[in-house]
Design a protein around this ligand. Structure first.
Ligand code: PGA
Ligand code: ZN
Length: 423
């Protein structure tokens, strides 16, 4: 007999609005004693081809086809009945059951968004029932071996372009991270001071300070992909920090978005690059701008050259898979086997269940691959589950934009966890 307080009584979903002004799904798990917990899930703008499906209604008469009525139906009419009566603490069993019901590799029948919302809401409800913080619950449920909490460093987007902003750089993101991480509140403060100085520097250069999807500046009309490096270095110095001593710079190329017929096209430079030439370009940037981090430097199908990129730069720089690996254990395993990466992005909605996300993280850590838990640039919500996740597993970084409510909510949760752990 499952005690009432742990028994799943009902699961219900709602259509809510994401930061992209487009619907997403929020799911509530209610337990036998009528306590309940909710989770909402995000979606991407520059998604990997092998990500779990975001199930949309495709009814052009509602939200131009992006409604969540089908996803809601699957939760309310299928998953709720299937999972009713189960022990909310049996997370792995619950996830397995949903995988069996879907039976597709990319969760296209029930939807990755649908399944993930139930999976994460289950975990949040279990933590509530046990009366422990979510990050602690995740740590014990998945037997994370670390004894102590080592909170993630902020990896903050400063300038964005690509699919996240019109008419800005080809490179999707220019990021900063503190070199020394004494505390979350100090690290966040330093990054935000640089962000504030960057605003006046952009203005000085007559560039706009409007922000893009992720709350970073998206200077329209910028003519060069390297200008952001100079602007950010200037901002770091203006803020009173030493470039490459206190603060470092990285990029997310999201290069699958500008890769076609085995060529990379940089619009700002009106130039095509072979994989080899693009790697040489990265080498120059690493020397000149001391990049410590290159995410999706090559396209998700350009496997052979990933190995070369990692061989050339992996000893100086984090070579990070995102679209390449999509939080998928099988792809991650392959990437490690062929030595394509030394770090990996983790986004639960790329794979669609908490258990599979944890498997990917634990496999990465067993193979000395650093993990970066990340927000989505498409449609985010105010949900902070990923922050608890990052803390539970001692992820190296938490990647989130610097402004907009749905982004700062994540930093605020991280600050709260820091305070709680220190007490
Ligand atoms: P996305 O992009 O969430 O919009 O897909 C973010 C990223 O590539 O890291
Ligand atoms: Zn990315």
């Amino acid at each position: 007999m499952v005690p009432k307080k742990y028994k799943i009584h009902r699961i219900q979903a709602r259509e809510i609005i994401s930061s992209a002004a487009r619907p997403t799904i929020e799911t509530t798990v209610t337990l036998g004693d009528r306590r309940s917990a909710s989770v909402s899930v995000p979606f991407g703008a520059s998604t990997g081809k092998r990500e779990a499906t975001t199930l949309l209604d495709r009814d052009k008469k509602r939200y131009l086809g992006t409604g969540m009525l089908k996803a809601m139906h699957h939760v309310n009419e299928i998953l709720s009945a299937e999972l009713k009566g189960m022990d909310v603490r049996k997370q792995q069993e619950i996830d397995q059951h949903m995988l069996r019901l879907d039976r597709t590799p990319n969760k296209r029948r029930l939807g990755g968004n649908t399944i993930l919302s139930v999976s994460l809401a289950t975990a949040r409800a279990a933590a509530l029932a046990l009366d422990i913080p979510l990050y602690k619950y995740l740590r014990t449920t998945y037997n994370v071996r670390d004894k102590h909490y080592k909170l993630p460093k902020p990896l903050m987007v400063m300038i964005e372009g690509g699919e996240h902003a019109d008419n800005s750089t080809d490179i999707q993101e220019y990021l900063i991270a503190p070199m020394h991480h004494t505390s979350v509140h100090e690290s966040v403060r330093i990054c935000l001071e640089v962000y504030a100085h960057l605003k006046t520097i952009l203005q000085k250069h007559k560039l706009s300070t409007n922000v893009g999807n992720e709350g970073a500046y998206a200077p329209a009309g910028i003519t060069s992909n390297t200008k952001p490096f100079e602007l950010i270095i200037e901002a770091i110095r203006k803020a009173g920090y030493k470039f490459n001593k206190d603060m470092r710079i990285g990029i997310d190329s999201a290069s699958s978005q500008w890769y076609n017929a085995k060529k990379y096209y940089l619009k700002r430079e009106k130039k095509y690059f072979t994989s080899q030439k693009l790697i040489e370009r990265y080498q120059t940037w690493v020397e000149r701008y001391k990049l410590f981090y290159i995410e999706d430097g090559l396209a998700e199908t350009d496997w052979n050259y990933w190995t070369l990129l990692n061989m050339r730069l992996g000893n100086k720089t984090m070579i990070v898979g995102d679209d390449l690996t999509v939080t998928n254990l099988e792809l991650l395993r392959y990437a490690i086997d062929v030595n394509a990466i030394n770090a990996v992005i983790i986004k639960p909605n790329q794979i669609g269940t908490l258990t599979q996300t944890m498997e990917a993280i634990q496999y990465a850590h067993e193979h000395r691959i650093e993990t970066i838990v990340s927000h989505r640039g498409g449609g985010e919500t105010n949900d902070t589950f990923i922050v608890d996740l990052a803390c539970a597993v001692n992820a190296a970084f938490l990647k989130v934009g610097p402004s907009r409510g749905e982004r700062v909510e994540k930093y605020n949760r991280l600050l709260a966890i820091e305070q709680e752990i220190r007490r």
